[in-house]
Design a protein. Structure first.
Length: 307
């Protein structure tokens, strides 16, 4: 019988146990460094090559704005690639990242709306049911030894999900998909069977988590994946990415400010003419104007069977 849960950790709180837990798999610091450097270099190259589209409002700053948007997008993809590398360090974990467009079965949605989540234990819906609605998780990770599956949506930040309705809508879609995952894994992945399916929304910015609602900080993924050093590895990846992209932003900002200075450079004699035409104002001293600048659990089920 398959247990489907939106509570993702074991009954022992991941937060309380993080300091003392020792899992069977550990990622040593720096082991993934070379791989991470390759991921970061590829992402940075794509960001640097992106060509901004002319924008009347942003003007000369369009390149800087475009680069910031590109960084936000590529950070999410980079975190996903990093999490795949981290999970692959565990010999029991199967990481699925392609072809994950799963149906949201209407009957599954109705079951979720009419029943408490815990009352649906043992149910599984047909993954081939015809439906107009679908949801594509970032990853599905299966522990083949414990027969537990985890449906993951990884966000670079949940700051834009301050609206509880958006978060609830995302969670409902994930829960509905979780109800078809057992059938989907069995049919699409060589009769792979699971007894437990959970959902996890991972916040890459590691803001306060809410395990009761399936929200996890990236800093807590040791307990989620049962891998010591997983969170530290992901923090290392973010630090490497930050170093590269901040250099790109500095270059874009310098270019924007440089263009502004060039465009604003007065023609010969214009400064003297302007000075003679304007009366002295407060703060002007010895012929120079002083300019001021400023800024306008219940803990649930991890990738192991809880006892």
């Amino acid at each position: 019988m398959t247990t489907v849960s939106n509570h993702i950790t074991s009954r022992l709180s991941a937060v309380d146990s993080a300091a003392s837990s020792q899992y069977s798999v550990r990622i040593e610091p720096g082991v993934l460094g070379q791989h991470f450097d390759g991921l970061v270099a590829a992402a940075a190259a794509t960001i640097a090559e992106s060509a901004p589209v002319h924008d009347e409002v942003l003007g000369r700053f369009v390149g800087l704005a475009s680069r910031i948007r590109s960084i936000s997008f590529h950070e999410g993809k980079l975190l996903e690639q990093g999490l795949i590398a981290v999970a692959n360090a565990h010999p029991d974990l199967l990481v699925l990242s392609q072809g994950l467009r799963l149906p949201i079965v209407p009957s599954a949605l109705e079951a979720l709306k009419a029943n408490d989540w815990t009352a649906l234990e043992g149910l599984s819906f047909d993954a081939e049911a015809r439906t107009r609605q679908c949801y594509t998780p970032d990853l599905i990770i299966v522990n083949r030894r414990t027969r537990a599956a985890l449906v993951i949506d990884l966000k670079r930040s949940l700051a834009s999900y301050g609206d509880t309705n958006r978060m609830e809508a995302l969670r409902l879609k994930m829960m509905a998909v979780a109800l078809v995952v057992p059938d989907w894994l069995y049919k699409e992945h060589k009769r792979l069977a699971v007894d437990v399916v959970g959902i996890a929304i991972i916040d890459g910015a590691s803001r306060p988590s809410d395990h009761e609602h399936g929200i996890w900080a990236l800093s807590e993924i040791d307990a989620l994946l049962q891998i010591d050093g997983a969170a530290a590895a992901m923090a290392d990846l973010r630090a490497r990415f930050a170093h590269r992209v901040q250099a790109l932003l500095a270059a874009a900002a310098h270019e924007a400010v440089g263009n502004r200075a060039s465009d604003a450079k007065p023609q010969a004699g214009a400064l003297d003419d302007a000075a003679s035409a304007q009366p002295a104002s407060e703060g002007e001293e010895h012929g120079r104007r002083i300019v001021t600048f400023g800024l306008a659990a219940r803990p649930g089920l991890a990738l192991r069977v809880a006892h």
